[in-house]
Design a binder for this molecule. Structure first.
Ligand code: FE
Length: 246
């Protein structure tokens, strides 16, 4: 099997939310697809370990927010890489409710769907949940964020619970990390101490001094040691102490 072939499938990035017992739950998913037009139905695929998925099974409702191309990275980090057990993912986030009562995230959102669960299929590690669209809206004409754009921009692997997750070793065997290897070889010729890259242990984002971090106004050529003490991972918002030399 050629795992690299799976990277040729196209996806978007979405925030899938629900509420149960008075509390909101949500996560970032890349597998949302329209399955029928009449009736209008969507399907989502979510990991069985996902807390939000277990709540969707109980509440029988969920919403899907389609993220815009230039989405605030802290929003992705919060919903994609942090646990609802450690932070309130919905604090300071703008939401609305429509028909089902599920919270609908509207920050950095181009369109949303409010759905009622009509069927659940056990697909092994994941559940495929089909929802009937009860309401939807288009919020802007901005381009939606694609998974390919996200992966290229942040040079990241999928979170472990994503259906598209592939073990890093399998990708390395197929030479997918060639680009990174070239970059590392280039760094060796530079001042080695100053050019070490650091990887966020929470989400896998790699800070490369040669590139800096434009999203945090860190110019190229800034060593990790010279980042401000309050620097945070642009993807998951983790503090500097979570970064390990890579
Ligand atoms: Fe991170």
């Amino acid at each position: 099997m050629k795992y690299k072939a799976l990277h040729k499938l196209s996806y978007g990035l979405y925030i899938i939310s629900t509420s149960y017992s008075g509390r909101s739950y949500g996560y970032i998913g890349n597998t949302v697809f329209q399955v029928t037009s009449s009736p209008p139905q969507l399907a989502i695929s979510c990991h069985k370990d996902n807390v939000s998925a277990s709540k969707i099974l109980k509440s029988k409702v969920f919403s899907v927010s389609v993220l815009q191309k230039e989405t605030d990275t802290s929003l992705i980090g919060r919903f994609g890489f942090m646990s609802g057990d450690s932070i309130d993912k919905f604090s300071d986030i703008s939401t609305i409710t429509a028909v089902t009562g599920a919270p609908v995230v509207v920050d950095d959102t181009v369109a949303w769907f409010d759905c009622e669960v009509v069927s659940v299929t056990d697909a092994g590690s994941h559940l495929i949940i089909v929802g009937l669209i009860k309401e939807s809206d288009l919020l802007s004409d901005e381009e939606p964020l694609t998974y390919a754009y996200y992966r290229e921009k942040y040079k990241m692997l999928a979170p472990k619970n994503a259906p598209t997750y592939i073990e890093k070793t399998k990708l390395e065997e197929e030479g997918l990390q060639g680009k990174d290897k070239e970059a590392e070889e280039g760094e060796e010729s530079a001042d080695k101490d100053d050019m070490d890259t650091y990887t966020c242990s929470i989400c896998g984002y790699r800070y490369d001094p040669a590139e800096g971090d434009p999203s945090s106004n860190i110019p190229p050529g800034t060593p990790f040691s010279e980042l401000p003490e309050d620097y945070r991972c642009p993807v998951c918002n983790a503090e500097k102490e979570y970064f390990k030399k890579s």
